[in-house]
Structure formats: structure tokens, C-alpha cells
Design a protein around this ligand. Structure first.
Ligand code: MG
Length: 107
């Protein structure tokens, strides 16, 4: 299964769970500007590049969570690992999900 397919499965499970208050993805990436606010083709980045994880949200009790989805062989990069470690140190739920089973305890 691709990471994108697994992300979809996990999002659907989170959205259907009564234990989850909300879930969202903060898209990040790069693009070339297409508006009249800057010359066409101006490169820009968007999103929270250093901290965005695949899914974030809150439980029904208001506890924040951050989920990084990876394929079974996927590896966290240094930014991902550092962010998850920091978020966990502040009391957030953090996890690396490699299958739908990895989030069952949360939902
Ligand atoms: Mg991912």
C-alpha cells in the first residue's frame, strides 16, 4: 500500500471515531505563484514546512495529536523525529502510523 492510500484510510477512521474531536492536514510544499500579487512564476513555499505532520487534531477530550504516516519501510527524517519528540514532551499524543492497526488505541 502506498503512503497516500494509508493516509486516506487513517483519515477516514479518525473522522468516523467518536473519540476524535477534529482532524486536519496542513499542506506544505512549494509552487510557483499564479496570482497577480507577484510576477507569474515567482517561487514560494507554503504551510508549516518544519512541523507539519500528515494528520493533526484533537481528541474529544481536547488533547492534541500528531500522526506521521509511513509505509512499513518508511523512515522518519530528522525534522519529523525532532518534531514528534518535542510534541510528545509537551503532552501531545504523537505516533508514527504504518498501518490502520497502529491508531486503533486512539480511535
Ligand atoms: Mg508521511
Amino acid at each position: 500500500m502506498t503512503e497516500a492510500a494509508l493516509q486516506k484510510q487513517i483519515l477516514e477512521a479518525l473522522r468516523l471515531s467518536p473519540k476524535i474531536g477534529g482532524v486536519q492536514r496542513i499542506n506544505t510544499g512549494g509552487r510557483t505563484r499564479r496570482t497577480n500579487l507577484a510576477p507569474t512564476g515567482t517561487p514560494e513555499i507554503f504551510g508549516w514546512m518544519a512541523i507539519s505532520r500528515d494528520w493533526s487534531g484533537t481528541t474529544h477530550k481536547g488533547q492534541a495529536f500528531w500522526i506521521e504516516v509511513k509505509t512499513p519501510k518508511g523512515k522518519l527524517n530528522a525534522d519529523q523525529a525532532a518534531f514528534l519528540e518535542h510534541a510528545a514532551s509537551t503532552g501531545c499524543i504523537t505516533l508514527v502510523a504504518r498501518s490502520l492497526e497502529d491508531i486503533q488505541w486512539l480511535i
